[in-house]
Design a protein around this ligand. Structure first.
Ligand code: SF4
Length: 451
């Protein structure tokens, strides 16, 4: 009847983010609830640690199915309180809050089953989320609790690269991929439980499986290689939108563009280029062939004209001259990317780039960021303006007093734009529908439903 997500008495873990202990009890449905909570917490940068003593807070996901399960849940809560002290209770037994508080009055909170958002919100209260633009997989601007209709699907941990501005490999280690069968099982469970959009995340999605030498695993009785292309092909067969994040610009990324053209997965690529000057890219220890990148972008658009390209860039990296920066602006004009995020470079303790000479003056960095954003806003506005009058498919994220807030295939949650559907208050989160675009600004669209 029970599943221990961690062995509370073993192991040491060090993490620079909030550290969560998690005990999952009960049936497979409860396990799915636990996975959803853990997925959200991991996506926000929390570490899941294997012992009570390493945790900042412990979540106990309880079972209340039969008496022995109730007793096991109460015993586990008691153990967590003794060993750690900060305990959040959720799950089936949580529906009987009085019974729990009678035995354990000191638990911090009690929620019932499927209360994913509430549990994550309680974790935020006890251990507020931290944000580092070079580390987090979700932005600090309005981290939202993942609603039921979309979910993050983490396919690997760690990274084999050593970008000079990044400290992730120093605490998350080298790439460790999850076997493809495990990832696909999780994806299928999510879709069966109402997820309409899977957001594939990792530190380096295109390296998926390298560490396992692309080992063949099994999924639904058939062999599948643990590799990005095969993963995408199989995910594309599920009844959900599949969106790829954090795709490192390896040449083999080209192989998945035809799959996007055939609607297997969303025609959306989140591919951080970081810069365009070969000199700066070399100092960043990133692939330094921006002409080849431009050629590839043109080719991707020939194969899949609807593709949305999102990227991130760093301005003001040590040694960046005005000439380097101009190359970046030229690249931006030429590449005509759909979505762009930009960060001013800042030194991070432990990052190799901190020791580089010719650090750029703060005022110069800000001035370059402003120029960069002005160019990109113009490009983005023109791209969105071109959508006015066209018909697009959207998914509803939330319904407010004025209408529904939706996203198109070109928009990832939280980081991209939105599509506002005025007065459409009858819609529900997760609804998918076709709309006609009426209006656009630099980032968002306004539209109305069409038959
Ligand atoms: S690819 Fe570079 S920036 Fe991304 S996690 Fe790896 S080392 Fe960090």
């Amino acid at each position: 009847m029970s599943t221990q997500t961690f062995n509370p008495r073993e192991g040491q873990s060090t993490g620079s983010h909030g550290r969560i202990g998690f005990v999952s009890l009960g049936c497979p449905k409860n396990t799915v609830d636990s996975e959803r909570i853990l997925t959200q917490l991991r996506a926000e940068g929390y570490d899941i640690v294997p012992s009570y003593h390493d945790a900042d807070v412990v979540i106990v996901n309880t079972c209340g199915f039969i008496n022995s399960a109730v007793q096991e849940s109460l015993d586990t809560i008691g153990e967590a309180l003794r060993e750690n002290g900060k305990v959040l209770v959720t799950g089936c037994l949580g529906a009987k809050e009085d019974d729990i508080r009678e035995v354990h009055p000191n638990v911090l909170s009690v929620t019932g089953p499927h209360a994913y958002e509430a549990v994550v919100g309680q974790v935020h209260d006890v251990v507020p989320p931290k944000h580092d633009p070079f580390i987090s997989l979700v932005p600090d601007t309005g981290i939202k609790l993942t609603p039921k209709h979309y979910a993050y699907l983490k396919i690997s941990e760690g990274c084999n690269h050593r970008c000079s501005f990044c400290i992730i490999p120093s605490f998350r280690g080298d790439l460790v991929s999850r076997p493809v069968g495990q990832v696909l099982s999780e994806a299928e469970r999510l879709v069966n439980n109402g997820t309409k959009e899977l957001l594939v995340i990792s530190q380096d999605t295109s390296a998926y499986g390298v560490d396992l030498k692309y080992r063949t695993d099994f999924w639904n009785g058939k062999p599948v290689k643990t590799r990005m292309k095969e993963l995408c092909q199989e995910l594309g067969k599920l009844d959900a939108w599949v969106r790829l994040h954090y795709v490192y610009p390896y040449p083999h990324v080209d192989e998945i563009i035809p799959l996007m053209a055939e609607n297997g997965i969303l025609p959306y690529l989140d591919i951080p280029f970081q810069h365009a000057s070969p000199k700066v890219l070399k100092a960043m220890k990133r692939p330094a062939h921006s002409e080849k990148v431009l050629e590839r972008i043109h080719r991707w658009r020939e194969i899949c004209p609807d593709i949305t390209l999102r990227s991130t860039f760093i301005v003001g990296f040590p040694g960046e001259t005005e000439e380097d920066f101009q190359m970046l602006l030229d690249f931006l004009e030429e590449a005509q990317l759909d979505r762009v995020g930009a960060f001013k470079y800042s030194n991070v303790d432990g990052a190799a780039s901190k020791e580089l000479p010719d650090q750029v003056d703060e005022a110069v960095k800000q001035e370059r960021l402003n120029r960069f954003m002005a160019v990109q806003q113009r490009i983005s506005a023109a791209k969105l303006q071109a959508k006015v009058g066209t018909r697009i498919e959207v998914i509803v994220d939330e319904v407010v007093e004025e209408g529904a807030v939706a996203r198109s295939k070109a928009d990832a949650p939280d980081i991209d734009g939105q599509v506002f559907l005025d007065n459409q208050t009858h819609l529900k989160p997760g609804d998918r529908l076709w709309v006609e675009v009426e209006e656009a600004d630099e980032y968002d669209l306004w539209a109305h439903p069409v038959a």
